[in-house]
Design a protein around this ligand. Structure first.
Ligand code: HEC
Ligand code: HEC
Ligand code: HEC
Ligand code: HEC
Length: 264
């Protein structure tokens, strides 16, 4: 963009060329610091990768939801109970599951569909349009219409540049339904830990919260008891906070995320 300027103008000479280069470089740093790059590492939804409102990467064109940031995931009424006040339906995809000769735990496609991970996959497996919601906040409830898919797919998802409504193959956040090459999810943490007691850090229960404690930051497990709590996408990722990049719950420097659970 900046370098096109040189082609239009006459080629600058000597000192002037250096001066222009310095100004160009400073401008680029200013632009990067004030908008794009810094903002994507937002510690809140707004301006981060999960901001799908107008002006975001998603370029949502639906005037009734423009400007709202929570609506793509949460609703005050009529939500599903998969995740607190969840505004999306569970995916119905059949997943290909991670497997290996050393894996102790198991899970099923149905378990993933109805889990917190299924909530993430309702966008990230590419099967459900991002703006197909249970309850389109700001739009009066239509009598006789169930709290199901009141939204219509009108957004344009910009990441891959092909302008459809789903997260698409080829886009950075696309996981698809083949999860064989992804860290296993929705499996009970205790099963594997108990089977190989020296391989996993013992989980902690504090009231209804179950987590794996660590000095560098605890990671949550999902479930009602230490014996049944599972590892989910949101054990490693916090969908609201991208200050570490890739929505990680904490920095993975020195593999701190992995070593919270694995003793290796
Ligand atoms: C991209 C999806 C997404 C967006 C956008 C989003 N959330 Fe969430 N939210 C989730 C998921 C998934 C969970 C459950 C996983 C977890 O425990 O973090 C959750 C959990 C929560 C919780 C309960 C757990 C906690 O962290 O306190 C609250 C409260 C919440 N969200 C509020 C909000 C508000 C307010 C907004 C808008 C400013 C928002 N969320 C936007 C996905 C989202
Ligand atoms: C409403 C749809 C939606 C839901 C639900 C959702 N995401 Fe995303 N997520 C997106 C989109 C869209 C992007 C890409 C934004 C971009 O590239 O501009 C993204 C990006 C990401 C990224 C990459 C961030 C980066 O630094 O580029 C991660 C990691 C991620 N999501 C994890 C999750 C997890 C984990 C959950 C569930 C707890 C979740 N998402 C739920 C839509 C969603
Ligand atoms: C055991 C921890 C862990 C779990 C579980 C996990 N992730 Fe990740 N994820 C990571 C780490 C660490 C990174 C950053 C390294 C990388 O980019 O591969 C990451 C990166 C990503 C990215 C960025 C793109 C990429 O490939 O780099 C996306 C999108 C993502 N995760 C989504 C998800 C979703 C959706 C789930 C659940 C289906 C999930 N993650 C489960 C640890 C995890
Ligand atoms: C929240 C806890 C947790 C975190 C964080 C975590 N894991 Fe895991 N991981 C598990 C559990 C539980 C299993 C299932 C083990 C089993 O059933 O044998 C597993 C399985 C695996 C496996 C497959 C093992 C096999 O026998 O096939 C690998 C490899 C692995 N994790 C690597 C990682 C890496 C690398 C990271 C960091 C990016 C990480 N894990 C973060 C809990 C975690």
């Amino acid at each position: 963009m900046m370098f096109q300027g040189y082609q239009k103008n006459q080629t600058p000479k000597g000192g002037e060329r250096v001066k222009k280069a310095i100004i160009t470089a400073s401008l680029m740093i200013l632009v990067m610091a004030s908008s794009g790059y810094a903002a994507r590492n937002s510690a809140v939804i707004a301006t981060g990768p999960h901001d799908m409102s107008a002006g975001s990467a998603l370029n949502n064109a639906d005037a009734t939801i423009n400007g709202q940031t929570c609506v793509f995931c949460h609703t005050p009424h009529g939500g599903s109970t998969t995740v607190p006040l969840w505004n999306r339906n569970n995916p119905t995809s059949t997943y290909q599951l991670y497997t290996s000769s050393t894996l102790d735990s198991t899970t099923t496609s149905a378990t993933i569909q109805s889990s917190v991970s299924g909530a993430c996959l309702s966008c990230h497996d590419g099967s459900i349009a991002i703006d197909v919601l249970r309850n389109l906040n700001g739009v009066a409830f239509t009598s006789g219409v169930a709290f199901t898919v009141q939204g219509t797919a009108t957004a344009t998802y910009g990441n891959s540049g092909s302008g459809t409504n789903n997260i698409l193959a080829g886009g950075i956040p696309y996981l698809g339904t083949d999860l064989r090459n992804d860290h296993p999810i929705s499996m009970i943490y205790e099963t594997s830990r108990a089977a190989t007691a020296t391989e996993f850090v013992t989980q902690t229960a504090n009231g209804s919260k179950i987590y794996v404690a660590s000095a560098s930051g605890d990671l949550p497990l999902y479930g009602t008891s230490t014996a049944t709590a599972t590892v989910e996408c949101a054990s490693c990722h916090n969908p609201h906070n991208n200050s570490q990049g890739t929505f990680l719950r904490k920095s993975n420097a020195a593999s701190a995320v992995c070593l919270t659970c694995h003793i290796k």
